[in-house]
Design a protein around this ligand. Structure first.
Ligand code: CAA
Length: 264
């Protein structure tokens, strides 16, 4: 898949209905500087506008790191206004992934620290290798997490555990990340991408419009009270019945044949 500008720090690959985004600054353990965040934004544009893409994997180049955080060298001399802008840039890009109308799987080979853990948490599903390590080390650098960590970590693991991890900067291994619900699955590092692609294939086999609306219902519904949440669900449930794939999925079931979804 083509993007109009030359990318230096992000690679975009496509294979059938799957797009893979690779954060590619291995010398800095894939740390996110503002150029990388802007490239990520461009790549998300291109995926968003491509109706052939049904699912996305985000990963980091090499086996050592997913992303080792926001770029500390770039942040060191920022003033408060510049830092707020940098935080807003990261938050804007991550929120776009979180609300992208296609499911996003983080495939985490190694370190997912600070902004790296935050990037993983902005994805829908996280698959970690046995070597993955997670932390929000910001307080040890004199800052708060700035790309959503104070908001998404408590939503994923509960406020008590999130406070413990953020206040202590403790690093957790993949097994502990699985235990506390920070990741969905832990696999050997050699099979990480195969496992992520296998999960992507299982998603791609379903009706893309239904999957998109499931994501919307979960994202919107979990942010509001239950009375409103069930209305959100009913609204998305209703929208499915405007799609040809709803009729195809149910007809195929009743006719005992395999389904042929068209993303319409
Ligand atoms: N920013 C910039 N450069 C980074 C980086 C980061 N977050 N993480 C690693 N690097 C660079 C190192 O400076 C080093 O560069 P040089 O070779 O030029 O010296 C290179 O990557 C390799 O790193 P190390 O030599 O440190 O590798 P290591 O194996 O000894 O340690 C590590 C690995 C434990 C991951 C260590 O690199 C580390 O602790 N990194 C920083 C992690 C961190 O604090 N992340 C949070 C950043 S703040 C943030 O993300 C804020 C936010 O929420 C927006």
């Amino acid at each position: 898949m083509q993007v109009d500008v030359e990318l230096k720090n992000v690679i975009l690959e496509t294979e059938g209905n799957l797009a893979t985004i690779i954060i590619n600054r291995p010398k800095a353990l894939n740390a996110l500087n503002s150029d990388t965040l802007r490239e990520l934004d461009i790549v998300i544009d291109s995926i968003e506008n491509n109706s052939e893409i049904y699912c996305v994997i985000v990963t980091g180049a090499g086996q050592k790191a997913f992303v080792a955080g926001a770029d500390i060298a770039e942040m060191k001399d920022l003033n408060s206004t510049e830092a707020e802008e940098f935080g807003l840039l990261g938050n804007k890009v991550f929120r776009r992934l979180e609300t992208l109308e296609k499911p996003v799987i983080a495939a985490i080979p190694g370190f997912a620290l600070g902004g790296g853990c935050e990037l993983a948490m902005a994805c829908d599903i996280r698959i970690a290798s046995e070597k993955a390590r997670f932390a929000q080390p910001e307080a040890g650098l004199g800052i708060t997490p700035g790309f959503g960590g104070t908001q998404r970590l408590p939503r994923l693991v509960g406020a008590g555990k999130a406070k413990e991890l953020i206040y202590t900067c403790a690093m957790v291994n993949a097994e502990e990340a699985l235990r506390i619900g920070l990741v969905n699955k832990v696999v050997p590092v050699e099979s990480l991408m195969d496992e992520a692609k296998k999960m992507a294939s299982s998603i791609i086999a379903n009706a893309p419009i239904a999957v998109k609306l499931c994501k919307d219902a979960i994202n919107r519904g979990t942010q509001v009270d239950m009375d409103l949440a069930i209305k959100v669900e009913a609204e998305d449930f209703g929208k499915c019945f405007d799609s040809e794939d709803q009729l195809e999925g149910m007809t195929a079931f009743l006719e005992k044949r395999s389904k042929n979804f068209q993303n319409r």
